[in-house]
Design a protein around this ligand. Sequence first.
Ligand code: GDP
Length: 450
Amino acid sequence: MAFDSLTEKLQNIFKNLRSKGRLTEDDVKEALKEIKRALLAADVNFKVVKDFIKKVQERAIGQDVMSGLNPGQMVIKIVNEELVELMGSETTDIQLQPGSAITVIMMAGLQGAGKTTTTAKLAGKYKLKGKKPLLVACDVYRPAAIKQLQVNGEKQGVEVFAMGENNKPANIAKAALEHARKNGHNIVILDTAGRLHIDEDMMGELQEIKEAVTVHQTILVIDAMTGQDAVNVAKEFNDKIGIDGVIITKLDGDTRGGAALSVKAVTGKPIFYAGMGEKLSDLEQFHPDRMASRILGMGDVLSLIEKAEAQIDEEKARQMTQKMKKAQFDFDDYLESMKQMRNMGGLGNIMSMMPGLGAMGGMKMKNLDDEQTAQAEKSLARIEAMIYSMTPAERRDPDLLNPSRKHRIAKGAGVDISEVNRMVKQFGEMRKLMKTFGKSARKGRLRFPF
Ligand code: GDP
């Protein structure tokens, strides 16, 4: 993974610092000089490094040491905090339009940066969240690019809108939006044409698309392997067409990773996601704090714990159990329980984190392969899509669901009526089961299993 070499160097520097009981000003300065060298070697922008070191130095020298930490640890704490700050502090996501309004996302970037792959990865993420994305092939120069998008779209189960090579990208975008409106898509992702280098034609084309349709988010895809070039590209795109954020690809590779550390400082724009592999599921939200601790080599054990703690909202879980016992569990609760599962990082991840589930009676849940996990997640997404197509009243009162309502839901979710029937039936059975459990539990005959 990226940063390996930087991490190793930083760890050595810190080890050295920690081994000293007391730190003189010179010790700190010497360590900072080494950190500077390590960052430059990792291909972090020169000016960014200079500012970074200055900030750390100002804070580290002459600062009281917090109780519980030794001076070396104090320096690590400051470096960590400044690294987080450098990468933008907050986790920032692509902003979607409120409610059911269509969000138009334009993907831009140089050829080979990973734009088409990332477009499909993003669509998959949105689909899992119950959205209905439409991918649009605006790269009219490479027939292979249109095909690639179609193949990837199909793998993700997401519709791809293409008009071949003989249309202007701006016109394709317009037609795609029309198609999206008619077919109930709520996210439209435009895969535009890249070039080998930045050129006027490419920028002009992106500008034309922006004039033809309202683009809500312009996302630049950059390749971490290209180091500082990636950062320069980002700056130029931002100056010329204005971007809202960046997705940095190939952070899984053997790259020095400096681009990830420099982009925010140089362009002022956040990194939304990081590409961590070629598979369509290899897209991770970019968390400055977790990335900093990864770079510092403190592992992301902390982040795993944090993640679990933040997401399992105990109170919500307690309320839900109560509802289950009283058989008041409705579709809103069902949605909430799926959301909580997803927040914890998907089914595969949860299985592997659950104590005891790892190797349950030879079932080897931990080793759900990618295919099975994807399958399970797909089913969840379909259930979510159906529930999202219900009115609030229907979600609260499943008994309202008569055949005509079910037909409407099937249409809204883009599934067959038989699938809605099956889901509602299974939901009913689940409720019945809960009721039985609940009654027996109250009578003390059966302990409720939650
Ligand atoms: P485009 O020209 O910008 O549309 O780039 P593509 O989507 O065709 O990607 C170029 C190459 O980079 C392909 O071989 C992708 O599989 C690969 N790629 C894209 N994203 C990643 C990533 O995050 N990690 C790795 N290792 N490869 C990636």
